[in-house]
Design a binder for this molecule. Structure first.
Ligand code: TMP
Length: 259
C-alpha cells in the first residue's frame, strides 16, 4: 500500500489522510486498553470485527436520518470517513446500571434504570476522562447549547434504534459511548456522529444468560474476549461461514466456564 500521512494514532484506531480533501481513513487496530490505558493488550481480530460492526451500525443509523462520518468501508480494517472537528466530549448513554455508575453510586450491576441517563465526560487521557456537567461544557466552550441539544437528541435516537436492533438478536444494550464531531459548511457548523460503535464502547449482555459480550470480558479478565466480539458480529449476520468454527469454540468455552 502506498505510504500515506498519519494524522492521529489513538488507543484502538489510526487516522490517515484520505484520498480527497475532507476525508480520512480510519484504521481499526487489535489493540485494547482499559482503565485509562493502565491495562493493555490485544484482542486478535478485533479490528476486523469492529470495522464491520461499526459499518453496519453507522449505515443503519444513516437510513433513519442520523448523520454520521461514515462514507464506506475500504477493506477488512479500514473505512473512509468524513473529517470532522472532534468535540472533546464522550457521551455515555445508560439503560441499565453497570460499570462506573454502579461503582460510584452503589447501584447493583444489572439494575434496570427507571429512565435513560446521558452522561458527559471530558475527553482528556491525562485527566482520566473526568465526568462533567452541561455547565462545564458551556463555561469552557467545548460545545454550544444548540450543539448539545442536537447531541442529546441524536444520543436518544441512537439508543432507541440500537436497543431494538440488539433486542432482535437476543442482546440487551446496557450502555454505550458516543463521540460527535463538527463539519463546516461555510460559516455554518453541523454536528454528526463520529468515532465508532462496537463492543469496545458498548456493554452488551446476552438476554437469556446475562453473559457479557463486550470489552468487559477484557477489562475483567473473563476470557473468551475474541469469541464474544465474534458472537456479536455473528448474530448481526456479519460473519462469513468460514469464521463460524471460532464461534463454536466460544460456545464450548462458555459451557466449560459455566457462563
Ligand atoms: P463506564 O461504566 O466505565 O463509565 O462506561 C460506560 C460505557 O462507556 C461502557 O459501555 C464503556 C464505554 N466507555 C468507552 O467506550 N470508553 C471509555 O473510555 C469509558 C470509560 C467507557
Amino acid at each position: 500500500m502506498a505510504r500515506r500521512r498519519q494524522i492521529y494514532e489513538g488507543k484502538a484506531k489510526i487516522l490517515y489522510e484520505g484520498p480527497e480533501p475532507g476525508t480520512l481513513i480510519q484504521y481499526f487496530k487489535d489493540d485494547a486498553t482499559a482503565f485509562n490505558a493502565q491495562k493493555r493488550g490485544t484482542i486478535s481480530g478485533k479490528g476486523v470485527i469492529n470495522n464491520r460492526i461499526s459499518e453496519h451500525i453507522f449505515t443503519a443509523l444513516q437510513t433513519i436520518g442520523v448523520p454520521t462520518h461514515f462514507i464506506r468501508r475500504i477493506n477488512m480494517r479500514e473505512q473512509l470517513i468524513r473529517q470532522v472537528e472532534i468535540i472533546p466530549i464522550e457521551v455515555v448513554v445508560r439503560n441499565v446500571a453497570a460499570g462506573s455508575l454502579s461503582k460510584r453510586l452503589g447501584i447493583e450491576e444489572g439494575t434496570q434504570l427507571p429512565r435513560t441517563i446521558i452522561e458527559y465526560y471530558y475527553k482528556d487521557d491525562a485527566l482520566g476522562d473526568p465526568m462533567i456537567a452541561d455547565e462545564h461544557i458551556a463555561c469552557f466552550g467545548w460545545a454550544t447549547q444548540e450543539e448539545m441539544n442536537d447531541i442529546a437528541d441524536m444520543a436518544i435516537r441512537v439508543n432507541d434504534f440500537l436497543s431494538g436492533m440488539f433486542a432482535a438478536i437476543g442482546i440487551r444494550l446496557i450502555d454505550f459511548k458516543l463521540e460527535f464531531g463538527r463539519v463546516w459548511d461555510g460559516d455554518y457548523a453541523r454536528v454528526i456522529l463520529a468515532d465508532e460503535i462496537s463492543p469496545d464502547g458498548c456493554r452488551l449482555w446476552d438476554m437469556k444468560t446475562n453473559q457479557k459480550l463486550d470489552k468487559d470480558r477484557f477489562r475483567q479478565d473473563l476470557g473468551g474476549v475474541e469469541e464474544a466480539y465474534q458472537e456479536v458480529a455473528r448474530r448481526l449476520g456479519l460473519l462469513q461461514p468460514e469464521d463460524e468454527s471460532a464461534v463454536l469454540d466460544f460456545d464450548s468455552h462458555r459451557k466449560k466456564r459455566g457462563r
